[in-house]
Design a binder for this molecule. Structure first.
Ligand SMILES: Nc1nc2c(c(=O)[nH]1)N[C@H]1C(S)=C(S)[C@@H](COP(=O)(O)OP(=O)(O)OC[C@H]3O[C@@H](n4cnc5c(N)ncnc54)[C@H](O)[C@@H]3O)O[C@H]1N2
Ligand code: MOO
Length: 423
């Protein structure tokens, strides 16, 4: 008989905070990570044209000014402004013209004008250009209505960037626009970090790797691995697919060993909680250095952060929504720090809520959200952590503070667009 057995009061709330467990606030877990992580990737020289998405390992210094010489911003006629004034101006045209790539060799005499095209270096004697649409000409004389401002329709040498200036600083993840800037400044090669290698492992006896396979009722297709591998790739990392492992400690340990050999960081999903089959957290506690787990956030509370053979492991929860949110909030800034970019806080702005919600104190909450036509954040109808359709529906997250909150339509909320996470 077990008459003396007294169960705890029924909570029936899978998101309630269990007692007797140390919950790590999100900010504390983030600041632990931030202080622990440094760049782990080597550097290499790379052709600028091939460097998009890479992280600069050294400042890029302009070899040349942009523009390198004063030139015309329009197609028109150039002259010295000092000899012109108000009212109708008539200037004799010199023979020849100045075009981009075909500079005019001579000097333009004071009081004369020259045909000039966009991008052409200003010939000696020219400091001002008048737009061709504002001119009349018979081929020998130019007429326009003055006055014209000195320097009109021209671009100064170095007005964008001067030679010797630092164009981009170390830590910059290079964008297509950066490639234009570097190329214009004559920087043909950049010193960049090698991309971070991110290994991804799914765990669980129920996981079936191939979505084309015939699944038995107890089996589910692996949703987390393609998602996490694609996130790593979108973040400029090299994804390393570790496949999926059964819920057996020695199998998971072998996969982690491989991950530690082939990658700079490991993402696992599933088995992060404290259930009978939650081998990832148990393994990390027993054989890795578990630094922080059970984060006070929803979704994602069983996040495990640990080291395995000297390589950081992010033990993400199995529920795909929780795995996704934890990857955004923890893995993304951490990968940036490890990649040489430095810690990157997510882009966030305040928008009015299009929803009502009451939350309890003690946990930060992330809701799948998107902006409606009026710029208000609407949230996905269900908060269920397995509702993957809501991740596709969403374009960002609403972040609710650790404290209790009651949100009514129109109240300001913090919105974190996926685009700000590079997705
Ligand atoms: N008694 C308690 N049960 C649970 C708690 C709790 O505190 N007490 N926490 C719940 C929360 S919250 C989460 S999240 C999960 C996290 O558990 P695990 O990280 O150990 O994940 P699993 O149990 O392995 O899986 C959870 C769920 O996700 C599915 N899954 C796992 N991997 C994948 C994958 N690669 N692709 C698609 N779906 C996946 C798995 O089948 C489960 O349904 O624990 C709760 N339970
Ligand atoms: O918080 Mo669990 O991480 O919801 O799904």
């Amino acid at each position: 008989m077990s008459d003396g057995l007294t169960p705890p009061r029924l909570r029936n709330d899978c998101f309630a905070m269990p007692q007797g467990v140390a919950w790590v606030p999100v900010e504390e877990a983030l600041s632990r990570l931030r202080s622990a992580l440094t760049p782990v990737v080597a550097t290499e020289p790379l052709k600028t044209a091939r460097s998009v998405g890479r992280v600069l390992a050294a400042d890029a210094v302009a070899r040349r000014a942009n523009p390198p010489a004063a030139n015309s911003a329009v197609d028109g006629y150039g002259f010295a402004q000092a000899t012109t004034g108000a009212g109708v101006q008539r200037l004799p045209l010199v023979a020849g013209r100045a075009a981009a790539g075909q500079p005019f060799d001579g000097a333009v005499p004071v009081g004369s004008a020259i045909r000039i095209l966009t991008g052409a270096i200003l010939p000696e004697g020219v400091d001002t250009v008048v737009l061709e649409e504002d001119c009349a000409t018979d081929g020998a004389t130019l007429a326009f209505d003055g006055p014209v401002r000195r320097g009109a329709n021209t671009r100064n040498a170095g007005e964008d960037v001067i030679a010797g200036a630092t164009a981009l600083t170390a830590g910059r993840r290079l964008t297509p626009a950066d490639l234009a800037l570097l190329s214009a400044l004559g920087i043909a090669t950049v010193e960049v970090h090698r991309p971070l290698r991110v290994a991804v492992l799914s765990t669980g006896d129920e996981i079936l790797g191939d979505p084309a396979a015939d699944a038995r009722p107890h089996q589910i297709f692996d949703a987390n691995r393609p998602m996490l591998l694609a996130m790593a790739a979108a973040w400029g990392c090299v994804p390393v697919d570790l496949g999926h492992a059964k819920d057996a400690p020695e199998v998971i340990a072998a996969c982690l060993d491989r991950g530690a050999r082939e990658a700079d960081v490991i993402l696992t999903s599933g088995g992060a909680s404290a259930g009978d089959e939650d081998h990832v957290s148990a393994l990390l506690r027993a054989r890795g250095q578990l630094s922080s787990w059970r984060i006070a956030m929803k979704p994602g509370r069983p996040l495990a952060l640990a080291m395995w053979e000297g390589v950081p492991v992010f033990g993400l929860p199995g529920n795909p929504v929780a795995a996704f949110v934890c990857a955004l909030i923890f893995a993304r800034p951490a990968f940036a720090a490890m990649s040489g970019e430095g810690w990157r806080s997510p882009l966030a702005f305040t928008v009015p809520a299009a929803f009502s919600k009451r939350k309890k104190a003690g946990r930060r909450e992330y809701l799948r959200a998107r902006l409606d036509a009026a710029g208000r954040a609407e949230v996905f109808a269900s908060e269920g952590s397995g509702r993957i359709s809501g991740l596709s529906w969403a374009a960002g997250l609403v972040e609710l503070p650790d404290d209790a909150a009651e949100i009514a339509p129109g109240d300001p909320v913090r919105y974190l667009p996926f685009a700000g996470f590079g997705l």
